[in-house]
Design a protein around this ligand. Structure first.
Ligand code: FES
Length: 167
């Protein structure tokens, strides 16, 4: 009787652990998955509804890497932020403005670091260290609900351009 009870408890614990493991794997996979996007005639539409804070997504637009980072509440607001609903996003062309390498995002430090010559950018894309002469460029974009259409110049992008926040 006692053995049966122990077997049952062992089995329950095993199943519980397995379910937890699968849940954790599913959560990890979700954060690794790219955001859903559609490409058509030079435009790339990215749905930001499922974006996770502080997880960098790299999309491709006209052969260039595009960084999309949902900011966390403790990241400084910036005029370069793309605001969708109550969320703020950093969106940029992921090419270092020094000589064009692709910087990596260091999530714990909230920084982009370029391995080529040590350049660094903050989570808003401003150059903060090393040789990069200017911030990461912002690609032309238009906001459409929770979607971002790359390649179209919406009013928010034009405002940034007029204010000299990107080239
Ligand atoms: S290419 Fe990035 S620092 Fe030189």
């Amino acid at each position: 009787m006692e053995k049966k009870r122990r077997d049952f408890m062992g089995l329950s614990l095993g199943l519980f652990t397995a379910a937890g493991g699968i849940g954790a794997l599913y959560a990890m996979k979700r954060s690794w998955d790219p955001l859903p996007s559609v490409k058509a005639a030079g435009f790339t539409t990215i749905d930001l509804a499922g974006a996770q804070p502080n997880i960098l997504t790299v999309e491709k637009w006209r052969g260039k890497p595009i960084f999309v980072l949902k900011k966390t509440a403790d990241m400084k607001p910036d005029d370069r932020d793309v605001i969708i609903g109550s969320d703020r996003f950093h969106v940029s062309i992921g090419l270092c403005t020094h000589l064009g390498c692709i910087p990596a995002y260091e999530g714990e430090q909230h920084k982009f670091k370029c391995a080529c010559h040590g350049g660094e950018f903050d989570a808003s894309g401003h150059q903060i260290f090393g040789p990069p002469p200017s911030p990461l460029e912002i690609p032309p974009f238009k906001i459409d609900g929770t979607k971002l259409v790359l390649g179209e110049e919406g009013p928010e992008y034009k405002k940034m351009l007029d204010a000299g926040l990107t080239v």
